[in-house]
Design a binder for this molecule. Sequence first.
Ligand SMILES: Cc1ncc(COP(=O)(O)O)c(C=O)c1O
Length: 396
Amino acid sequence: MTPIRSDILALEPSGIIKVAQLGLGDPGIIPLWLGETDLVTPQFIRDAASRALEDGRTFYTHARGILPLREAIRDYHRRTIGAEISLDRITVPGAAMLAVANALQAVAAEGGNIVIVSPVWPNIFQAAKIARMEPRLVRLEEDWNAGRWRLDMDRLFDACDANTRALFLASPGNPTGWMLTADEQRTILDFARKRGIAIIGDEVYGTLVYDGAAHAPSWLSIAEDEDAVFVINSFSKPWAMTGWRIGWLVHPASLAVPMVAMTQAGNTGTTHFIQYGAMAALSAQGDAFRAELLDRCAKGRAVVDDFMKRQGRSNNRLRWMKPDGAFYGFLNIDGLKDSLSFAQDMVRRAKVGVAPGSAFSMGDPRDEAYIRICFAQDAARIAEGLSRFEGALAAV
Ligand SMILES: Cc1ncc(COP(=O)(O)O)c(C=O)c1O
């Protein structure tokens, strides 16, 4: 007899990690498996954090983040989406994953479930299980003719019952790049309000959108101060800060005080000097860097798109739906039945790292036909990775 929860003992690393473990850090491999750019965090952000460290900013801070950082976040939302978010609603608990965990803990209840739009980044359904919520995945559907992923609203709402505590939607999504429209958001918010269901909106790729718009439609533009709406944001992706582990949560205003207790019970707030780096990221210089990174991603996306068009012309087995946002290609391989073995094989034989589609769902066979690549990288390296991939694919 062990007192350890059997569902905890049954947890396994995600399929992405099972592949990356085969060669993370090996310079001979082109790594397209993880969700990060190849750029180092910009110098001005590193300098701001170093200066803060030199100045002795090494003590505990306000558990929800230092005031000037929360003010900078408020100003950022004002200038990117025109939303007025009160400081009571902003918490910087540590990494964005801690923001997800806090939101889940704020709504979890014994016997509760959470309806999650999938394919989805696996840490989300893992975190739901750890918070003792049953994850129910509602899969987006391929519309190959329109070249877009689609959310069937009826299926989303039908998946909810009296025990549903929250809906989780990442938009732009990882791995699909799918984006909710503002109309869909309003319909979902109406439904959630009527049914007393929380919304957890993951907007960590909110500014990484292509073809014109500056920001994906945001829940923050339509939610009132007291709606049970939680929005997750991160410094990781737009400012190339994945290793810093800092992000933020926008939550209902009434959670201002409880969030102090929650973050104290979690990480007792964020590393002090890191918060100064984050403040630098939110400056005008940070806006300029975001634009640069977006441009790099747009170029990466174009490289993948050209490659896929050539595949289409040669009647090959590969196709994709060009993503509207985020920085991933979710590539469909006709006839593929076991994406994990395939991705592991690609590392060994072709020296290219890709993430298996199966990682992004909980056993849906449709996702076995996919692999994910990250295109937030140098264009020449992506092209080289794709050509290695193409060569190895021909032999499978
Ligand atoms: C959809 C989504 N949400 C949240 C995160 C977590 O971001 P962070 O690394 O800042 O915790 C990621 C990271 O890949 C992600 O893809």
